[in-house]
Write a protein that binds this ligand. Structure first.
Ligand code: NI
Length: 149
């Protein structure tokens, strides 16, 4: 495993729409391992592949309840609303208040290519939205209604 450099806001890589993963191989597993290590080292709740310069639909999340690896994730259902603080490892020092769904259901593939479904509430729901936005080139400032000092 190895730490990867985190791409910062302003880099064009963060504005691109990422392509789906088609091959579930050792290269993907190495990337997932590196992404998790990089996320934990940076004390993040999530990390998306474009943040390490890879334009593929991959993200890792740990809301404190264990690592989730999401490949080709798609939000299939949302409900409710939550308002709270949001930040991003690509936007160091920037925090703002966003409104996100309270509950989010996601379809995705695991590292072996198995189709999975996950449901998230509160922080996990916010992380699903934030990380999947990254895969479409969207950063959280788009959703900020009020910036925090
Ligand atoms: Ni982010």
């Amino acid at each position: 495993m190895a730490l990867r450099n985190i791409v910062k806001e302003g880099d064009e890589l963060l504005t691109k729409r990422c392509r789906p993963v088609e091959v579930f191989d050792q290269k993907l597993w190495d990337l997932l391992d590196d992404m998790a290590e990089t996320m934990y080292k940076a004390d993040g709740v999530g990390l998306a592949a474009p943040q390490v310069g890879i334009l593929r639909r991959i993200c890792v999340i740990d809301d404190g309840n264990g690592l989730i690896e999401l490949i080709n994730p798609e939000i299939i259902k949302t409900s409710g609303k939550q308002e709270g603080t949001e930040g991003c490892l690509s936007c160091p020092g920037k925090y703002g208040i966003t409104v996100r769904p309270k509950k989010v259901t996601v379809n995705y593939f695991d590292r072996n290519g198995n189709a999975m479904t996950a449901k998230g509430t509160d922080l996990l729901a916010k992380a699903f939205c934030h990380e999947i936005d990254h895969l479409d080139g969207i950063l959280f400032p788009t959703h900020v209604k009020e910036w925090l000092e």
